[in-house]
Design a binder for this molecule. Sequence first.
Ligand code: NAD
Ligand code: IPM
Ligand code: MN
Length: 359
Amino acid sequence: STQRTIAVLPGDGIGHEIMAEAVKVLENVNARFKLGLNLEHALVGGSAIDAHGSALPDATFELCARADAILLGAVGGPKWDKLPPADRPEKGGLLEIRRRLDLFGNLRPAILYPQLAGASSLKPELVAGLDILIVRELTGGIYFGQPRGIRVLENGEREGYNTYVYNESQIRRIGKVAFEAAQKRGGRLCSVDKANVLEVTMLWREVMDDMAKDYPDVELSHMYVDNAAMQLIREPKQFDVVVTGNMFGDILSDAAAMLTGSIGMLPSASLDVNGRGMYEPCHGSAPDIAGQNKANPLATILSVAMMLRYSLAEPDAAQAIEDAVSKVLDKGLRTGDIFSPGSTLVNTVEMGDAVIAAL
Ligand code: NAD
Ligand code: IPM
Ligand code: MN
């Protein structure tokens, strides 16, 4: 088979630690399933600022642009928080990759592994069998709207401002991702907005309603974001697919993560119109535990599985990884974030080794 290139971008903080484990797992299935993947590493975020003076060096972006898929750890940290916004790891690195590669379709599956029911912050019966897909628009909305900035008013005080904007085609293309996902799953789609206040989401709701006519097999509902946050905690299993804008999706997906036991369990895919994409855990660089061999690498390992399934058409290798994760959880091995009494505490490296052993 032909060689395919995977861009590996560990980033900052625990990004290095979780990526080392994900790479071990990817190299293992690469050999076992003869995938012909060639892994190329590059710096992004704070580590790239330190080495090259830019959160997204040209060489890193060129690698991302030509790679068949991108695997990213996490970026950011206190060391770079005082830089001008556009230079920081988050905006200058991560959001720049998303924007320049047009990775608008963010899939964040919140699935409860039955073994982790006790690690969820909700009662086991509320989360048993939980399987939600959050479809988050990733290259528009208030994250990217213009104008934006901090300006000085006539009275001398400063004012910060951002613009929450979506045009119809942006709404339609994320709607298409979400309706098609719902067709392949339980047939239910909940669009989350703030259409009681914000015009941008009044348009969002109108467009979703219009699109629903083309998907008679999908049952579309609407929910205000404040209620959605509450319903996620009250009765999360009412949701199948959730579609929402960039910022609401960011917030709701962290909340959904906790239902599955930990943010350390939630993988993601960020796709362009052709299904090419970047894969990353939903969590950040966790400065509070960085360098301590404590972080849960499973969200990144499960992101490898998503990459194999969505961008590389290797469902068997993806399934093997997901099954291996399940076996490790069966054995009772837990990093600190998913630990519960009676289970065995392991560190980042031990968790990665256990996944390899289970493969
Ligand atoms: P965070 O997700 O890094 O951490 C939040 C909490 O979750 C922390 O207590 C952390 O220890 C814990 N946690 C996160 N991932 C974990 C894992 N794999 N295993 C165990 N525990 C884990 O969010 P934050 O603290 O708000 O942000 C820290 C930095 O990360 C900031 O610079 C932020 O901008 C950045 N960030 C980056 C990404 C990304 O690169 N995709 C995502 C979110 C935040
Ligand atoms: C995420 C992160 C990013 C986001 C930050 C680091 C820019 O929180 O991927 O969820 O808000 O999209
Ligand atoms: Mn986030």
